[in-house]
Design a protein. Structure first.
Length: 82
């Protein structure tokens, strides 16, 4: 698989898992995951981690915390997955 496809897919892993990306990008990532076992492994790991955290965290985070987290991720999305 092309390095750029892997980087792009991994940079958007949480947006993908949270269904916060457009249909076109989601389709591209899905297609890439079918052909790239290392990326599929990374996505599977992150999905399982997210499920474990969701199970163990009983309180909903404050809206301000979520807003700050989304802003941080948006500002730094190009730095993830490298």
């Amino acid at each position: 698989m092309g390095k750029q496809n892997c980087q792009d897919s991994l940079a958007h892993v949480y947006f993908y898992l949270d269904d916060e990306i457009g249909r076109l990008r989601k389709a591209r990532i899905k297609r890439h995951l079918k052909k790239c076992p290392p990326c599929m492994g990374a996505f599977s790991f992150e999905s399982r981690l997210k499920a474990i955290v969701r199970e163990r965290v009983r309180e909903e985070p404050q809206p301000e915390v979520m807003d700050r987290l989304r802003a941080f991720l948006k500002e730094n999305e190009s730095g993830f997955g490298n």
